[in-house]
Design a protein around this ligand. Structure first.
Ligand code: AHR
Length: 512
């Protein structure tokens, strides 16, 4: 059995939980939109074609803000193609994912869907093939009340009232050579600055996200942020980060420690943004938007849904693309990535798991068939539900294990929140140990624990192994079940986490 001693203190908080941390992402990619959230004719679809079975799961997931419409897709997208009468909308080639885009679903549909889902919109604009003019025009179309050509066109197209979209991404992954219209940091920094100015002339209340690096391994990482922010610091509110992790054969230890990279990535971007702030004598802080993150098996697979194979199969409507099936190990890693985001909630104000349905997603759906939860659904849903109030700054003394990529790494990974209004402390704890259970002892300073309100664990199911997944035939094989034996009294909590597991413990506390 490994051991971890965690200390938390009522007075040591790092700030309010930013609710936008529990964001997600809908891209026109594969089957995320078509046969994911939108499938007219499906037995569960409403009159708009929105699948209610999927919507129910989206609500249960608790996503707060959803980035749309891409992703790589947006860098070749004309937003005008997706508005107006459907019969007039053009069919286009989407070069990013080698797909035929019908444009049956566009901005109005996404706004209507978001209202049903109860989620905020984070709209990305095309800074790949387009520029300042299209950037200001979409803001006018979406947010101007009326009396201009574009706002009246919105009304004519069915929405008299403005969409009032607050949050906008200035392009997507512009540092990546794979991106349509890829740019150098100089080129992008200037374009982002000018697009931001023009968008704010139309609506001064919007919040803007500049593209940062597509991963911490990009050769331009660090220098990119520095150059882009040197140009656009005053015009933007956030800089983005993207990161995907996967298990490389024979190295599960490094995979389980992926959040060490997330911590490093976040802390490096904070340092870079703050250095630009100091050098430029700026007053405000630019915060972080981790607007794509997840586990994604990008290498080592040669299945039909891999982008290279999709391209070989020719132009099709909504082919299957990267429909990863997530196992127990992936769910534990996702739990630790969420922990990293929450621990940095003083500066990471937005985060979007990529993506929402079918494409590297917590929810899978079949055309004309059911929808179900992947393993990674569970840590996200519980954290979105329970991480409320203040983020607690923790002191963690955990046994360690060694892995190739990160060296010595804590076996137990944790984040915690305190909701003063409800008198609840929530702990989100992962045990990275593959063989050993972890004995976890938490010292609760400034609190008296009255009882454990909820203790749940995701672990290897009976008869399964760490590769066990949920499937259409067995959709609930991996889920949350009661964590037996978690005990809290006075200023102490004790629990034992099974090997390779993720757990949530919620306590009823009073201040002492
Ligand atoms: O989420 C899948 C893809 O990953 C997105 O389109 C792109 O932004 C990233 O490279």
């Amino acid at each position: 059995m490994s051991r971890a001693r965690i200390t938390l203190d009522r007075d040591f908080t790092i700030g309010e939980v930013p609710r936008r941390l529990f964001g997600s992402f809908v891209e026109h990619m594969g089957r995320c939109v078509y046969t994911g959230i939108y499938e007219p004719g499906h037995p569960e679809a409403d009159e708009n074609g929105f699948r209610q079975d999927v919507l129910k799961l989206v609500k249960e997931l608790g996503a707060t803000v959803i980035r749309y419409p891409g992703g790589n897709f947006v860098s070749g997208y004309n937003w005008e193609d997706g508005v107006g009468p459907r019969e007039n909308r053009p069919r286009r080639l989407d070069g990013a994912w080698h797909t035929l885009e019908t444009n049956a679903f566009g901005l109005h549909e996404f706004v209507d869907w978001s209202r049903q889902a109860g989620t905020e919109i984070m709209e990305a604009i095309n800074l790949g093939t387009r520029g300042v003019d299209a950037a200001r025009e979409i803001v006018e179309y979406a947010n101007h009340p009326g009396g201009t050509y574009l706002s009246d066109l919105r009304a004519k197209n069915g929405h008299k009232d403005p969409f009032d979209i607050k949050l906008w991404c200035l392009g997507n992954e512009m540092d990546g050579p794979w991106q349509i219209g890829h740019k150098t940091a100089e080129e992008y920094g200037r374009l982002a600055q000018e697009a931001a100015k023009a968008m704010r002339f139309v609506d001064p209340d919007i919040e803007l996200v500049a593209c940062g690096s597509s991963s911490s391994a990009m050769p331009t990482f660090g220098a990119w942020e520095q150059t882009v922010l040197t140009h656009a610091y005053e015009e933007v509110d956030y800089v983005s980060l993207h990161a995907y992790y996967q298990e490389h054969e024979g190295d599960v230890g490094s995979f389980l420690a992926s959040a060490v990279d997330t911590d490093y990535f976040i802390e490096s971007v904070i340092a870079t943004a703050d250095a630009v702030r100091a050098k430029g004598k700026h007053k405000k802080h630019v915060n972080l938007s981790f607007d794509e993150w997840n586990v994604w098996y990008q290498r080592g697979l040669d299945t039909e849904d891999q982008p290279s194979q999709v391209a070989k199969a020719g132009w099709r409507e909504h082919p299957r693309v990267i429909e990863d099936k997530y196992n127990v190990t992936d769910a534990v890693v996702v739990g630790t990535l969420l922990n990293s985001l929450l621990r940095h909630g003083d500066r990471v104000k937005i985060a979007n798991q990529a993506q929402l349905v079918n494409v590297i997603a917590p929810i899978l759906s079949e055309e004309n068939g059911p929808a179900w939860r992947q393993t990674i659904f569970h840590p996200f849903a519980r954290m979105a539900e329970l991480a409320k109030g203040q983020i607690l700054r923790l002191s963690v003394d955990s046994d360690k294990y060694e892995n190739t990529r990160f060296g010595d790494t804590d076996l137990v990974d944790v984040s915690a929140t305190w909701n003063e209004e409800t008198g609840r402390v929530a702990l989100f704890v992962a045990n990275r140990g593959l063989e050993e259970a972890a004995d976890v002892e938490v010292a609760l300073r400034g609190f008296d624990a009255r009882r454990v309100l909820r203790a749940e664990v995701l672990e290897i199911p009976e008869g399964g192994n760490r590769f066990t997944v949920n499937s259409q035939g067995n959709p609930d094989q991996v889920g949350l079940k009661p964590l037996e034996g978690a005990k809290a009294s006075g200023s102490e909590l004790r629990a034992t986490l099974p090997a390779l597991s993720w757990a949530v413990i919620e306590l009823d506390v009073v201040k002492n």
